[in-house]
Write a protein that binds this ligand. Structure first.
Ligand SMILES: Cc1cc2nc3c(=O)[nH]c(=O)nc-3n(C[C@H](O)[C@H](O)[C@H](O)COP(=O)(O)OP(=O)(O)OC[C@H]3O[C@@H](n4cnc5c(N)ncnc54)[C@H](O)[C@@H]3O)c2cc1C
Length: 355
């Protein structure tokens, strides 16, 4: 497709699209479910504002040569989280051929003319969405932390940090369609699946011209180690500058291992090399959405909160009664973390010992 093939301005359909992610190992990535749920919310808001039914479509780009027969998730699973329809586009070298992925997205979007396309700001989403946006002649707001529908205009409100994270900017795209945005993984919570809700699965025909010459998959090696990232954890225990020394993370890790939790951190302690960057939570680290987030010795600046505010329950330990983190906490423990965490560990062990 060339830029001159772009859709002319005109009517767009009552559709909200999600660019989903199908992992080569045969699993649909959880970001597909996260964004299908968000798209459902946007679509329901549009339906109720306009009185016209809007539909959620999830697009999956699937390797037709996938040899793994033990698929743990199937395209229709996106329905459990809010998709009405799944377009399962199958071809060789997907999803590795990112240029082809972008051309397929643009081609199908040109046919169906959705009003909105959202994707996760993963390596996949970050490479496919800008290319597709350029092909469709529209803009893209990257790394959003909030997406909603503006009453009255029914435009997509795309909120993201700006000016070095010091302000939150809300961006609208009134003159171009589709409105396209990415959100970092974990920005929105994933609801419980609703097995009653099913999605129609369609396998669209793809013209040959969409594929890149010279791209082929040589082999795929699946990780065999426990590769759980912070984003896969139900519980996270994070430490901040209040630990005062690198060894403080031994205490954080002791509590974390008791709770089968991941270890998180604020930025300054990563910068001081007390712990590695993959543990950093926040605006310039990971965005996480665990069921429980425990913050110890973290003050709760806007940049840290941007990374954990969607956690189910936030428990914080800080010796400053005025600490900002307490404003977003479900349980606020005011005191010295070096006294509180050992007591917590003791209590948990004692309780488990009694069972
Ligand atoms: C563009 C940009 C991006 C950023 N990205 C991130 C990011 O991704 N993640 C992030 O975390 N920050 C980020 N920051 C930095 C952020 O602004 C803060 O500097 C940082 O979050 C503060 O970390 P902290 O809470 O560990 O430290 P502090 O703000 O110094 O807070 C330490 C807290 O520990 C408490 N404390 C001290 N001793 C104890 C004790 N013994 N027991 C209990 N409590 C104690 C204190 O009361 C205090 O509240 C970013 C900043 C910018 C400008």
């Amino acid at each position: 497709m060339t830029r001159s093939d772009r859709p002319e301005a005109g009517e767009f359909s009552n559709e909200v699209w999600v660019l989903g992610e199908d992992r080569p190992c045969g699993e649909i990535s959880s970001v597909t479910f996260e964004l299908s749920a968000k798209a459902r919310e946007l679509s329901d808001a549009l339906s109720s504002n306009t009185g016209e039914r809007h539909r959620v479509t999830a697009l999956l780009l699937i390797d037709s040569n996938k040899t793994n027969k033990s698929n743990r998730s199937k395209p229709q699973d996106a329905g459990y989280y809010g998709a009405d329809r799944v377009l399962a586009a199958k071809a060789e070298n997907l999803p590795f051929d990112r240029a082809a992925c972008a051309r397929i997205l643009a081609h199908l979007a040109q046919e169906s003319r959705p009003k909105i396309i959202i994707a996760s700001a993963t390596a996949f989403g970050r490479s496919v969405m800008p290319y597709a946006a350029a092909l469709l002649g529209t803009g893209l707001t990257a790394d959003c932390t909030g997406l909603s529908i503006e009453p009255g205009t029914n435009l997509l409100l795309q909120t993201r940090p700006a000016i070095g994270g010091n302000i939150m900017a809300t961006i609208k795209t009134p003159n171009h369609m589709p409105q396209m945005a990415t959100a970092r993984p974990g920005t929105f919570s994933i609801p419980a699946p609703n097995p009653e809700k099913t999605a129609e699965v369609l396998y669209p025909d793809l013209p040959d011209g969409l594929f890149s010459a010279g791209v082929s998959t040589i082999k795929f090696d699946k990780f065999t180690r426990d590769e759980r990232t912070l984003q896969d954890r139900n519980v996270i225990v994070s430490g901040g500058r209040g630990l005062r020394r690198a060894e403080g993370f031994e205490l954080i890790s002791a509590l974390a291992s008791l709770l089968d939790a991941g270890v998180g951190a604020s930025r300054p302690v990563v910068e001081m090399k007390w712990i590695g960057y993959p543990h950093q939570v926040g605006l310039s680290g990971q965005v996480v959405s665990p069921k429980v987030y425990i913050a110890a010795g973290i003050s709760g600046t806007v940049q840290h909160i941007a990374g954990m505010q969607t956690a189910g329950k936030i428990i914080s330990i800080n010796r400053d009664p005025e600490a900002q983190i307490f404003n977003v906490s479900d349980v606020a423990i005011c005191g010295d973390l070096y006294e509180i965490i050992p007591k917590l560990i003791e209590r948990i062990k004692a309780k488990r010992g009694r069972k």
